[in-house]
Design a binder for this molecule. Structure first.
Ligand code: ZN
Ligand code: ZN
Length: 155
């Protein structure tokens, strides 16, 4: 299977916004981290970060979407726009969480890679079972389950 050629990171038009205000007021660079609930067929609930769910990895100065295999400048607006884009949503639908791995929230990618939604990492098939058994993964998994217990619906 051939690897897709590396593409140039997409320049987000939002990048071309005005330079920081002349009064040099420091802009807060807080990256909002939204969470969302994943409900399994068994009824089990997990709360994972929106970026994890959408396969957005941080790679230096870039964000990378593991499903669309696209990179974009590290700009929160750019990233949020990507996550809500119809193209991305459609592509993500093609990578459902594999039933067999249940609450471990593993998505099968193209080729020999899997994506762990719990940890927000790409894992090769060879290491997948090792990854799931690893302490770091089970810690993340416990946190995702605990967040769901703490989550209170609004109604
Ligand atoms: Zn995407
Ligand atoms: Zn994991």
């Amino acid at each position: 299977m051939s690897m897709p050629a590396l593409r140039q990171p997409k320049k987000c038009p939002v990048e071309a916004k005005a330079p920081p205000a002349a009064n040099s007021e420091k802009r807060k660079i807080a990256e909002p981290q939204n969470y969302l609930i994943v409900t399994l067929r068994s009824g089990k609930k997990l709360v994972v970060s929106s970026d994890s769910y959408h396969g957005i990895l941080t790679a230096g100065e870039l964000y990378r979407c593991v499903f669309c295999e696209t990179e974009m400048v590290r700009d929160v607006i750019c990233k949020e726009r990507h996550k809500t884009s119809e193209n991305h949503r459609k592509i993500v639908e093609n990578y459902p969480h594999v039933e067999e791995f249940s609450e471990n929230l593993i998505r099968k990618l193209n080729g020999a890679d899997h994506y762990c939604t719990i940890c927000n990492v790409v894992v090769t098939t060879y290491f997948l079972h090792k990854h799931i058994a690893a302490e770091s993964h089970s810690k993340e998994l416990q946190m995702a389950l605990a967040r769901a217990l703490a989550y209170k619906p609004f109604n």
